[in-house]
Ligand binder design. Structure first.
Ligand SMILES: Nc1ncnc2c1ncn2[C@@H]1O[C@H](COP(=O)(O)OP(=O)(O)OP(=O)(O)O)[C@@H](O)[C@H]1O
Ligand SMILES: [Mg+2]
Length: 253
């Protein structure tokens, strides 16, 4: 059998060339990293959960008219996506203060923000993904002013959709990060939500108890990450079926 071509091996996913030009297969690994890969572990089942959850969010976004790179899920660990030119920014939307925002500005975690705040970090692991402003983005040509308007609109639509989905299952969307890709349809450029949307890239707190159901469980050693992600998948009704009990052979007519 021909070996498929690996395009990129990242911390959480491996990308392979897809079956058609312009497509990529994203393989979701079980590796977990935090603090710019200073903390690492392998968490059984994380890749399967993120693959299924990211599919669920991307399909939902598509259904409400937010363009994404998602084409289809191929199996428990892989999905087929449109290949994009990734804009080298992590686009973060915050509804409540947490993480680095709380540290930087001295705002207690969980404080409601007056409105959703969009932040950008320059995607460069060797620099620790530093926070940048629209001025840097324009001056260094990472995105045009038109792109920035589209990026903000996309990010806020993702925020509204994700906040609603999460609220409906008793979870608060504290913040999240997305990556945006450029795709080309003939002469037209389109911006789409790329990469993944999963509990690795969101902060999700149970509304009743405040229990964390996201990667902070790993970052801060708060218990089982698989249990937390499984809880999210269960509440959303997307938990992959466990291997079914063997049944008697059935006759096919
Ligand atoms: N549709 C797409 N087309 C091309 N590249 C993509 C697409 N979606 C995601 N990517 C890129 O694929 C990689 C996914 O791997 P992973 O998330 O493991 O990376 P990472 O180790 O977090 O590194 P990075 O800092 O680049 O995100 C990322 O670099 C991401 O930008
Ligand atoms: Mg990544």
């Amino acid at each position: 059998m021909a070996r498929r071509k690996k395009i990129y091996e990242g911390k959480a996913k491996t990308l392979y060339e897809g079956p058609e030009p312009g497509t990529i297969v994203q393989y979701f690994k079980d590796d977990a990293t935090a603090f710019n890969a200073e903390k690492k572990d392998v968490i059984d089942g994380k890749g399967v959960l993120n693959n299924i959850l990211s599919e669920y969010f991307m399909v939902g976004l598509g259904a409400v008219g937010v363009p994404t790179h998602f084409i289809k899920r191929l199996n428990m660990r892989e999905q087929l996506v449109r290949s994009c030119e990734i804009i080298p920014l992590e686009v973060i939307v915050r509804n409540y203060a947490a993480g680095t925002m709380s540290k930087r500005l001295g705002i207690e975690e969980g404080t409601a923000l007056p409105r959703p705040i969009v932040e950008y970090c320059y995607k460069d692991d060797s620099l620790g993904d530093p926070l940048v402003t629209e001025e840097h983005i324009a001056a260094f040509g990472w995105a045009s002013q038109q792109d920035m308007d589209d990026i903000i609109a996309l990010a806020l639509r993702v925020n509204d959709f994700m906040s609603g989905v999460m609220y409906s299952v008793g979870i608060r969307l504290v913040d999240f990060k997305i990556e945006i890709g450029r795709t080309y349809d003939g002469d037209f450029q389109r911006l789409v939500v790329a990469d993944e949307i999963s509990p690795d890239s969101c902060r999700l707190w149970d509304i009743e108890t405040g229990r964390k159901l996201d990667k902070d469980v790993f970052r801060r050693d708060l218990g089982s990450l698989t249990d937390a992600y499984t809880e999210v998948a269960n509440r959303l009704g997307v938990m992959p079926k466990q291997s079914v009990q063997p049944t008697k052979p059935t006759l096919i007519n």
